[in-house]
Unconditional design. Structure first.
Lengths: 226, 193
């Protein structure tokens, strides 16, 4: 059965009922970036938690466009695909660069984050024991583009693109935080990224969310082995 | 992106990179993610094919009529990208072993796009709304590639066949699809096929 949890305590738009609903498994997975975005933007949202059993046995999967979660609701708009949801929220809250040129760069950066996210998921869900040595060996090479982007943008003191936060920043931040959980210390030779993580995590609303039980107690992913 | 540009009456320059120069030259190290394509729009350099499609979508008004449609276009394009990636993995890694399973699963992967088309003026319009989007060019390319790699694989998908035929008949696009530069360009670079 779908289980709804109470609304978060922050400022809803359009009256009492938050327009946003995240329908997902009880993990951070592909939803934590959008959760951090919403929290940092002072939004509240509803979580509909889907257990593995109800997913495998219930009607929800067949009703999803691609047979996958997350499913996201913004009022009467239903969206699938986590990056489409991030882009939608990016448009809504002005987190998509200051102009069309920056928007293209934000897209380019987010697609790079997505590539790493996918590699990491494949590692976790398919071949962790066999693949992890190679993965962490290759990680510095995969992180380098983001260090390059940061250095070129006010020497790492700003954001990935321009001087305002974008949905790509929340996505990269989530990815880096996950890596620190899965392999503590794996960012130690990346001081620019460590500083970036610390600086973004200190944003007041985001900091409060990252300290909240709902975030802290939510596992990074749903694979059994880790 | 080539079909998009051609259909929008644009011209562009091709800088062709051979496998040898890619492996031996300085270009790869200069690319943000060490990959191609690289795209230049004046002084703006972009990587990531879907970022390029989105940029052109914004430029030419191929991103839905409002923010709601833009979100749907993104959702659809991401679905096309998922299939494109599965197809690439098949071609570049495990074609002989994987192709039976791939074509068995293909109808299930195509179903979402049939659903979207049916729900939008019963397949007579586009994937989202009543104007073409970058997601349409992306899906069209994917479907055309499948017809080359496995002729007839769309025969049990009349809605998609009609969609492919209708879009391919757009005058500028039709001219491009008939051009030697398109016809003579192989679908992909894997040796086995």
């Amino acid at each position: 059965m779908l289980k709804s949890v109470p609304f978060r305590q922050s400022t809803p738009r359009r009256g009492e009922v938050p327009p946003y609903t995240i329908v997902y498994f009880p993990t951070r997975g592909r939803c934590e970036a959008m959760r951090m975005l919403l929290a940092d933007q002072g939004q509240s949202w509803k979580e509909e938690v889907v257990t593995k059993e109800s997913w495998l046995q219930g009607p929800l999967k067949a009703s999803c466009l691609y047979g996958q979660l997350p499913k996201f609701q913004d009022g009467d708009l239903t969206l699938y695909q986590s990056n489409a949801i991030l882009r939608h929220l990016g448009r809504t809250f002005g987190l998509y660069g200051k102009d069309e040129r920056e928007a293209a760069l934000v897209d380019m950066v987010n697609d790079g984050v997505e590539d790493i996210r996918r590699h990491c998921s494949q590692l976790i869900y398919r071949s962790y024991e066999e693949g992890k040595a190679k993965y962490f060996q290759e990680l510095p090479g995969h992180l380098k583009p983001f260090e390059t982007l940061l250095i070129q943008n006010q020497e790492g003191q700003a954001f990935l693109v321009g001087d305002q936060i974008s949905f790509a920043d929340y996505n990269l931040l989530d990815l880096l935080l996950n890596h620190q959980v899965l392999a503590p210390g794996c960012l130690d030779s990346h001081p620019l990224l460590l500083a970036y993580v610390a600086r973004l995590s200190a944003r007041p609303k985001l900091k409060a969310y990252l300290a909240s039980p709902e975030h802290v107690n939510r596992p990074v992913h749903g694979a059994q082995k880790i």
